[in-house]
Design a protein around this ligand. Sequence first.
Ligand code: AMP
Length: 303
Amino acid sequence: MSLLVIGSVAFDAIDTPFGSTGKIVGGAASYISLATTLLHDKVGLVAVVGEDFDFDFVDDLKRRGVDVEGLQIKAGEKSFFWHGKYHMDMNSRDTLVTELNVLGDFDPIVPQSWQQPEYVMLGNLSPQVQMTTLNRLTQKPKLVVLDTMNFWMDIALDDLKAVLAKVDVLTINDEEARQLSGEYSLVKAARVIRAMGPHTLIIKKGEHGALLFGGSDEIFFCPALPLEDVFDPTGAGDTFAGGFIGYLASVGRTDFEAMKMAIVYGSAMASFCVEQFGTTKLASITRDELNGRLAQFKALMSV
Ligand code: AMP
């Protein structure tokens, strides 16, 4: 099944209690695409970078089978840049810098061959661009998943609500679910948010796992794998989303039972992402290693 991914492809700088990086490759769609390629082989990317970007990374995506025809390269412009600093608990972080650069006026061009994808992952980006991308599809996809963050709730809430009305699944973290719904209880928050459009909601709780709300008021929980080393949680949410939709696209399903397995895949993928800075670890894992992690999850979750 064809899977279209949009989102930021960026430079990040990351400070954690274990050290800091200089400028490294990041961005929501970078993590999502890498995660999907381990599960699925028909992935197309729509994104934008400046001419300063690291094109070895783009070559790596191509080698992994990602179709990058929809990746625009803006001459004379700079790539999106984000600088984040994690607190001691590694669960919360502050954004120190967001430079939109090429994202500021990004017009997502969906190549003709990608205008009828079966699965769509709208990664973190301006909700207006997410909406434009959906409007440029010529056939309704089987499943549209959207990821967003507090930044867009703060500056573009109306646009976000408009696009939420058009998607099937929303993934956000617990703090963002509370901000979007105005409810402290995550059960109440899920009810409010599902009434905004998405029939299914995933609330990510960092090292405390993820909740899946769907069907007729069904709830499923997947823990996060307790890890010895956590260096950098950046991109864990995007990797999770990539694993989630990559699994669903690989089995061609969209039902609640398949989504339960999909959040286990997403969590297994995310568990790799946090073990090294940036995309390094995610880019190195094999299908066998993923299978090993899935077995660890099975053991963790069975009684
Ligand atoms: P996550 O840790 O899953 O929330 O995702 C982190 C990634 O999101 C980083 O690699 C950033 O480049 C990217 N990012 C941060 N802020 C934004 C934003 N406002 N729009 C799009 N992408 C962003």
